[in-house]
Design a protein around this ligand. Structure first.
Ligand SMILES: [Zn+2]
Length: 416
């Protein structure tokens, strides 16, 4: 009796788990629709292991011997597309007149109002990079203007509030006031949670490549300056400012490519007040394109130089923003008061392989407005034109034409 029960249970178990089917296919045939059975037969009898490997995941994951063969059609995976808009603004150059204008009765500084008219534009890109030309060492280390700058730390608060996500700090003014000011400035950026690149606290800090991830796209940021106005870095402390050294750049770009999808390099280069890139800039741009850099953000000439596409040796196109001019400064002359924000859409497509495409280069021209060295404000150029046009000093169309010198399809933000 006991033995009989065990046999019956064992029989029932084999039927319900499907083991029985494997040993006795005819039983299964009666239980399952014909079409499914044929599919199963084909799978079991003719598909070698290697062929099964290339099946879509949903089908592959089914145990080949199970009775529950999926009837859903195989999933065709679409390439995954992500998009991020990257923006960049030019030199933030804090002359004495600017921080005096920002000074409040209690001795603190407030720069917020200087950016409030362009803030809605600055917040449009997913990531915004600014070139902080003057170190924000803070008033405890004595503030100073041209030619040896140390700016209030409150500049950082205002830029952050306006939408800046990362600052490039390799400039010809980085070493102006020495290491103390640099360390104080970099610590302040840390406190604000704004990554900086191009000037570092230590060798270890320099080794760590700054990256940002948005919408599944990882960006890395590097920054270099042509020189430091003849000021040498303290012995053994070359990390205090990255110089344009193509051997170092090539190495760091290669490292950046390993940890990110998109490599962005800021270059402090060119000839001051020249409205077109010089030969050295163009040769460096070509090298950066050959290294596989995606976007080059140029600064230092204090005037706008038109952006260009530069083809790299591997066939890809690099967007080179030769010079974004001054974003804010107390420099005189219309050309030095016009700057702007460039943006580019970065599209990452994950199909069989990863591709990065740059689309829709755009530009918002801006103007630093002030009267008698007070009331400093960065305005969209279009907004500034009616005010200034009375003096016949600025015109919008020539700026537009100039910026379209190499990229005719360059789009203008907020004006078209
Ligand atoms: Zn400069």
């Amino acid at each position: 009796m006991q033995r009989k029960r065990v046999v019956v249970i064992a029989f029932l178990l084999t039927v319900t788990t499907g083991c029985f089917y494997r040993a006795n296919p005819p039983v299964h045939k009666e239980a399952e629709p014909q079409v499914k059975d044929e599919l199963l037969d084909v799978k079991q009898n003719t598909k070698p292991e290697a062929t099964r490997e290339i099946k879509p995941v949903a089908e592959r994951d089914q145990p080949p011997t199970s009775v529950t063969v999926p009837t859903i059609p195989p999933i065709v995976s679409e390439p995954k597309v992500s998009k991020v808009t990257l923006g960049a603004i030019g030199d933030v150059l804090i002359h004495i007149e600017i921080y005096q204008d920002a000074k409040q009765k209690d001795g603190t500084y407030n720069f917020f109002k200087m950016f409030e008219d362009v803030q809605s534009y600055l917040r449009m890109p997913d990531i915004l990079v600014a070139n902080q030309e003057t170190m924000i060492g803070g008033k405890e280390l004595r503030l100073s203007g041209y030619p040896s700058f140390n700016s209030p730390q409150e500049v950082g608060d205002a830029l952050k509030a306006a939408g800046v996500d990362l600052v490039t700090v390799a400039n010809n003014h980085t070493l102006d006031r020495g290491e103390k000011v640099i360390q104080s400035a970099l610590s302040y950026w840390d406190r604000l949670g704004i990554p900086y690149t191009g000037s570092f606290k230590s060798k270890e800090d320099q080794k760590y490549i700054r990256t940002m991830v948005k919408n599944n796209i990882t960006f890395s940021f590097l920054s270099y300056a042509y020189g430091t106005n003849g000021i040498p870095h303290p012995k053994g402390k070359a990390y205090l400012v990255n110089r344009i050294d193509t051997v170092q750049i090539a190495q760091e770009v290669a490292q950046a490519k390993r940890v990110s999808d998109v490599v962005v390099v800021a270059m402090h280069w060119g000839t001051e007040y020249e409205t077109l890139p010089n030969e050295s800039q163009m040769a460096l741009a070509q090298k950066l394109a050959d290294y596989g850099v995606h976007i080059v953000i140029g600064n230092h000439p204090h005037v706008l130089q038109p952006p260009a596409w530069v083809s790299g040796s591997n066939g890809h196109k690099t967007l080179v923003l030769y010079s974004l001019g001054n974003f804010i400064s107390a420099q005189g002359g219309v050309a030095k008061r016009v700057g702007g924000m460039a943006t580019i859409d970065v599209i990452k497509t994950m199909g069989k392989e990863k591709t990065i495409t740059l689309k829709q280069p755009s530009f918002l021209p801006t103007f630093t407005s002030y009267q008698n060295m007070t009331q400093f404000k960065v305005l969209p150029l279009k907004q500034a034109v009616p005010v200034q046009i009375r003096n016949g000093t600025i015109q919008f169309d020539p700026v537009k034409q100039h910026m379209r010198t190499y990229i005719h399809e360059l789009r203008f933000i907020g004006t078209e």
